[in-house]
Design a binder for this molecule. Sequence first.
Ligand code: FEO
Length: 175
Amino acid sequence: MVNPKVAAAINEQIKNELESAYLYYAMQAYFANAGFDGMANWMSVQVKEELFHASKFYDYIINRGGQIQLKPIAILKTTWESPLNAFKEALIHEEFITSRINFLMKTAIDENDFASKVLLDWYVNEQVEEESNVTKIIASLVQVKDSGEGLLMIDRELATRVFIMPIPGQGAQPA
Ligand code: FEO
């Protein structure tokens, strides 16, 4: 049986992960409408990752005999000033998610819930990857500034991203 305090925090995190998917869906639409199909593709992969993060928590609660409590999810934002502005907001959001994963980890440790700690190890590593991926894109966007050619180059690169379902028990997928 899953620890009730940890289960409550995981249910809250399922909402956060679904909210992340919603945010990146909005960014996908923003990029598609602005003609940046590669960036839209990158965000569409990000949406799938977030849905995976939510479902991994969901399956864990079910497998340990806990109760799923779905909560309302918010539309955080739908438009941005520029690609750089959107990716900067994605990083701020990922830093928030990292703080929530750290809170979950602390709760699991305080409650001596070692099975949840093992699950959360995966998310701690995943957040390192999540923040790093977005930080690299921000660095490229800062470098090209407003150059149309530079933006197109980044867009072409981000068009190559594909979603790879993580293998159970293994770490995060590459960017
Ligand atoms: Fe599920 Fe982007 O963290």
